[in-house]
Design a protein around this ligand. Structure first.
Ligand code: FMN
Length: 166
């Protein structure tokens, strides 16, 4: 298996260390090379490095405590002008996020995917806080930083979850 894919784990503790802009750009490049329905490339990204905002994130989504230690958060949004079907925006965003997380491992970084949608309450809190235009759907927010955890992947492969139609 691809080493980076196997080594990806959710990281919730980070070093107090700056992440190089070039590494963030490689993660965003990986995200934007994911497949999208009808090739709409419907994702939009907001890179949040403002410390006050990162510290405040748990007020918008309670399970984002790691943002207080992360170097930045990347808010992944779907653009309804690009694709009017929200389900596709979620799927497009999810593919982009996973690419981003795997590229993060390749860059020596830790990440944690935190959901925003489909909770209506969280969506409206993010829209309000970041003054997002109506056509933007906040899907998830990804913590990024140098890991302060020593966490190892345990292989989750389970043949019981697979059936074959021959
Ligand atoms: C859609 C989605 C939403 C998630 N939301 C959160 C979250 O709000 N907070 C958090 O700490 N982790 C969140 N996670 C991370 C999961 O908890 C994590 O992926 C899972 O426990 C498996 O661990 P692993 O990522 O280390 O393999 C989310 C993951 C996904 C895919």
């Amino acid at each position: 298996m691809l080493e980076e894919l196997f080594n990806r784990v959710s990281i919730r503790h980070y070093q107090n260390r700056e992440v190089e802009q070039a590494k963030l750009e490689e993660m965003l490049r990986a995200a934007m090379n994911a497949p999208t329905a009808r090739n709409t490339q419907s994702w939009r990204f907001l890179v949040i490095t403002n410390r006050e905002t990162l510290n405040h994130m748990t007020e918008l989504q309670p399970y984002t405590g790691m943002m207080k230690e992360a170097y930045c958060a990347i808010l992944v949004m779907g653009d309804r002008n690009a694709n009017p079907v929200d389900e596709y925006l979620y799927v497009d965003a999810a593919a982009a996020i996973e690419n981003m997380l795997i590229e993060g491992v390749h860059q020596g970084l830790g990440t944690c995917w935190c959901a925003v949608g489909p909770s209506k309450e969280r969506i409206s809190k993010f829209k309000e806080y970041f003054h997002l235009k109506d056509h933007l759907l906040p899907v998830a927010v990804v913590a990024v930083g140098y890991s302060a955890e020593d966490k190892k992947r345990i292989d989750q492969y389970d043949p019981e979850k697979v059936s074959y139609y021959r």
